[in-house]
Write a protein that binds this ligand. Sequence first.
Ligand SMILES: Nc1nc2c(c(=O)[nH]1)N[C@H]1C(S)=C(S)[C@@H](COP(=O)(O)OP(=O)(O)OC[C@H]3O[C@@H](n4cnc5c(=O)[nH]c(N)nc54)[C@H](O)[C@@H]3O)O[C@H]1N2
Ligand SMILES: Nc1nc2c(c(=O)[nH]1)N[C@H]1C(S)=C(S)[C@@H](COP(=O)(O)OP(=O)(O)OC[C@H]3O[C@@H](n4cnc5c(=O)[nH]c(N)nc54)[C@H](O)[C@@H]3O)O[C@H]1N2
Ligand code: SF4
Ligand SMILES: [Mo]
Length: 715
Amino acid sequence: MNCAPAGDNGLMKRVVHAACPHDCPDACGVLITVEDGRATRIEGDAAHPVTRGFLCAKVAKYLDRVYSPDRVLYPLRRAAPKGRSGGAAAFSRITWDEALDEIARRFRRISADFGSEAILPYSYGGTLGALNGASMDRRFFYRLGASQLDRTICSSAGEAGLISVLGVKMGTEPEQFRQARYIIAWAANIHGNNVHLWPFIEEARRAGAKLVVIDPYRTRTARCADWHLPINLGTDAALALAMMHVIIGEGLYDADYVARHTLGFEALRERALQYPPERVARWTGIAAEDIRRLAREYATTRPAVIRVNYGLQRGEYGGMAMRAVSMLPCLVGSWKQVGGGLQLSTSGAFPLDKPALQMPQLAERSPLGRLGRVINMVELGKALNDVDDPPVKALFVYNSNPAAVAPDHNRVVRGLLRPDLFTVVHEQFLTDTTDYADLVLPATTFFEHKDLQGAYGHYYLQMSEAAIAPLGECRSNVETFRALAARMGFDEACFVEPVDTMIDTALASGHDRLAGITRERLEREGHVRLNLPVFPRNGAAVNDEVPEPFLPFANGGFATASGKAEFYSEDLARQGLDPVVSFTPPAESRHTELARTYPLELLARKADNFLNSTFCNIPAVQRMQAVGVLDISAADAGPRGIAEGDSVRVFNARGETFLTARVNGAVQPGTVSAPLAWARLSPKGSNVNALTSDRLTDMGGSATFYSTLVEVAKA
Ligand SMILES: Nc1nc2c(c(=O)[nH]1)N[C@H]1C(S)=C(S)[C@@H](COP(=O)(O)OP(=O)(O)OC[C@H]3O[C@@H](n4cnc5c(=O)[nH]c(N)nc54)[C@H](O)[C@@H]3O)O[C@H]1N2
Ligand SMILES: Nc1nc2c(c(=O)[nH]1)N[C@H]1C(S)=C(S)[C@@H](COP(=O)(O)OP(=O)(O)OC[C@H]3O[C@@H](n4cnc5c(=O)[nH]c(N)nc54)[C@H](O)[C@@H]3O)O[C@H]1N2
Ligand code: SF4
Ligand SMILES: [Mo]
């Protein structure tokens, strides 16, 4: 941070280093200019090796979000019936004292009448800050004896799949993509969801690299690619197996790497034999010849890297799909080259002391005397309507907008409408979820609080300083749960621990990768690269100005039980899953019985310019993003009498939503697609999640947003 009196007008002007906390792999370094207490400018940190001085279009407009006239600035109490009505008019302003008293009183009552597990926290990716994401809140709910939330809505299937092969969530660092000569963007919408990787890919392409995109949707990334393979939803495991069929059959694998660093090759060879390209072509919609060419090019071009993203694992068999794709670099040995390998996530490299931040041992001091039961956040509708041991009587939502993002929206809303459910929502804005809140508490943005920030798309740890004072009466998550703990009479010292001490605690895990990385250093430098072992000097820690390439698995060193990349997994066998890898069509897909009634596969995707449901309400961002649209192929539109611009009803047994048809070649026959947005801003108040189901994935208990069958009719 630097301070200087600013020229003529005598205002104090300073530039503050922060880190974008939104749920995005890029975790950008951000510079906020503050003049006389007001933020006046936001820009990407040019010194950050991945941010490189630019921000995505939505966060570039963040001043509009921070200073939006729609910010919730004071605690609010409901003054009208729950439901989609009224917005701000449905609430009246109260004081923090009144709000905290009411929450403490209701929580005590519910705990006495039904047991403390009748209280359910609900949070996800509002902020990925180490403190405001998961620290004081966890302490509070452990001490309270509340139900635990299994936070599975995004990535747990893919994580399970990746970890089943590699043992850890690590991969190729983004800076190395510039050295790659064959790049597969597999379910990776790089322009939309990971834009800071793009300049490295561009650099590689200038040096002759080829970019292949495997995505059912013609994203901007696909349009820019050398080769786009529009795959049918949920069929990636089959494609990867067919590639392995070719690679193994034609002897294109790295026999030495396989022999030294993998386990179960013979079992994999036998399995891959069952997936010849001709057979797989029918499932994937990709011609056998294209599959062969892809396999040969991938196996023989060096270095070859795969950027795979979580879109791959939002289908019913997402775990197996990620498992299959994760095997490819292990088979061809591309981990050995700078610019080779695979990246899903880098988050496993950040060894912050989570137990010390979250303190699960506090559960022993709760009325329950142990950890509460676990509720899967994907099944919120079930939890609110059907769970009875005890029923959920209070819901505390923060960092999340479940009435927009949770699957089976109508069932979720049925639960949220229950008059006997006490719902508190800690938010920056009035959202789909506050439509059902009894109390709304005002939350700070990252401009207004300090935090420590890791990443899942690079290897830099960052300090995010508070740039401005909290607006109105906003409080951070940390301060809100601190205040609630005091009101509940929790007198443990951890509830008064200052933010800086919490940051010190998080950094004090004693792990090598954090050696020498202190709060003071992060405050000085803004971002610091983790101490990563360097190839070929594996084991030696360096932290130079220009970091040397980090090759996590060049010499094997996988974090699995066997220490090898596991083509055969004893652990999966124990769970009753296929220990090798296989393809199964999702129950909701064109290959199954239900497709006779609902013949179209729905890709209920993310919007390129929103962040899940965040940013939907900001006018400057709305201008960049078409919402309320359904992409449909001419082959599916024609027979239904649907033309470009027509209003359509998209429906299945769970619900319906109303959209405007776009017949522009974005999707293939049999697939339709619509972006996620706020339900309350959508025609007739429902979004794509009115159509999605709460069925869980094969591994990790994640959501199956992208295994959804629908029918479409002209409205
Ligand atoms: N602009 C923007 N950025 C975001 C987000 C956002 O909403 N908007 N969301 C953030 C979040 S929460 C996350 S988890 C990350 C990562 O989010 P991602 O997982 O990368 O995002 P998705 O859009 O779900 O999927 C990525 C791509 O996979 C494709 N896809 C979907 N199903 C399949 C399939 O079965 N096979 C294949 N091959 N491709 C498929 C989609 O069409 C999409 O283009 O992005 C983050 N960044
Ligand atoms: N159909 C469909 N549904 C999806 C997806 C999809 O691709 N398609 N993607 C899924 C995925 S990958 C994910 S990760 C989930 C995302 O689910 P959520 O994490 O719920 O995502 P957001 O919609 O971004 O909502 C986050 C909310 O937190 C608030 N917030 C931000 N910062 C703070 C803070 O510091 N404190 C508090 N108290 N609140 C804060 C924001 O204002 C915002 O309303 O959605 C899932 N749902
Ligand atoms: S949302 Fe992602 S790309 Fe945009 S500023 Fe934040 S971290 Fe960077
Ligand atoms: Mo996510």
